[in-house]
Design a protein around this ligand. Structure first.
Ligand SMILES: Cc1cc2nc3c(=O)[nH]c(=O)nc-3n(C[C@H](O)[C@H](O)[C@H](O)COP(=O)(O)O)c2cc1C
Length: 254
């Protein structure tokens, strides 16, 4: 039988996908990835024996749009690994929330991990992560997950976090386009919530739909998509203390 591992991920700037893929590669040779951020790609029934769900941490929670898509999966008692990818600050209730969602979908959560990636709003925080050291650690954890699956062990996984979860973060402002913007539309195409439109030669961002995920910034070839400077300054200051710290990958096997 095919020992397929499916990675269901939401990764606006690529860090979550990278960390999630590393874990999958440690577990299995046969990996398929499903991007929950793609507008056209509806989640499907998992085909393999194992699902790895990898989500970024936004304000200590899982982004609501991604959680909604994940909720439509039917776990049918299959095994799953919960992965919350955080930007070197803290993952708070996100991993617990992700585990709860997977269990509500009918999965048995057999392992979990909070992994560090570069902070998508302040790239100097967690810069370059996951790096080589992370790679070794994550691949090794993947191998341990595989061993647990091979043994058929059902050890329960205890995840830190609180219920009720902390409130979802507020969106104080949206990214904006600097004068060097060429109106190429890549930001609008990359936006997972369709918050960006180009109208009358202007890039318009709808505050009600924007989740501040920074996919637009990552997609801009001109580096013209930025946070409003006062907001960027506020974030730089808020996260300043985390630049010099190496946050840990936290691994839970049960
Ligand atoms: C809106 C927003 C909120 C975030 N909140 C947190 C947080 O609470 N804790 C943290 O450590 N990192 C936080 N981050 C950083 C992301 O979790 C981290 O950069 C992650 O790798 C982003 O995933 P991606 O690269 O797949 O887009 C936040 C990033 C964004 C854009």
């Amino acid at each position: 039988m095919r020992e397929l591992t499916e990675l269901y991920y939401f990764s606006p700037t690529g860090g979550t996908k990278k960390a999630g893929m590393l874990l999958c590669e440690g577990i299995s040779w046969d990996v398929e990835a499903v991007d929950l951020g793609k507008k056209e790609e509806a989640p499907r029934e998992p085909e393999g024996d194992l699902v790895v769900a990898a989500m970024p941490v936004f304000g200590g929670r899982i982004p609501g749009v991604a959680a909604e898509k994940l909720r439509t999966l039917n776990g049918k008692g299959k095994k799953a690994v919960a992965v919350a990818v955080y930007g070197n600050r803290a993952y708070e209730d996100a991993l617990l929330e992700l585990k709860d969602i997977l269990e509500e979908c009918g999965f048995e959560v057999t392992a979990a991990a909070a992994l560090v990636a570069q902070h998508s709003m302040v790239p100097e925080v967690g810069a370059g992560r996951p790096d080589e050291e992370d790679q070794k650690e994550i691949l090794e954890f993947g191998r341990k997950v595989r061993e647990k699956l091979e043994k058929g062990s059902h050890g329960a996984v205890e995840i830190p976090g609180n219920r009720p979860y902390k409130d979802e973060m507020e969106i104080p402002a949206t990214p904006m386009s600097a004068p060097s913007c060429t109106k190429c539309g890549r930001c609008a195409m990359a936006c997972p919530t369709d918050a960006i439109r180009i109208e009358d030669g202007q890039v318009m961002t709808e505050k009600e739909s924007c989740i501040l995920c920074m996919a637009c910034k990552a997609a801009c070839p001109e580096h013209a998509r930025i946070l409003p400077p006062p907001m960027q300054e506020m974030m730089d200051e808020k996260l300043g203390a985390f630049r010099a710290v190496r946050g840990a990958n936290e691994l839970f096997l049960g």
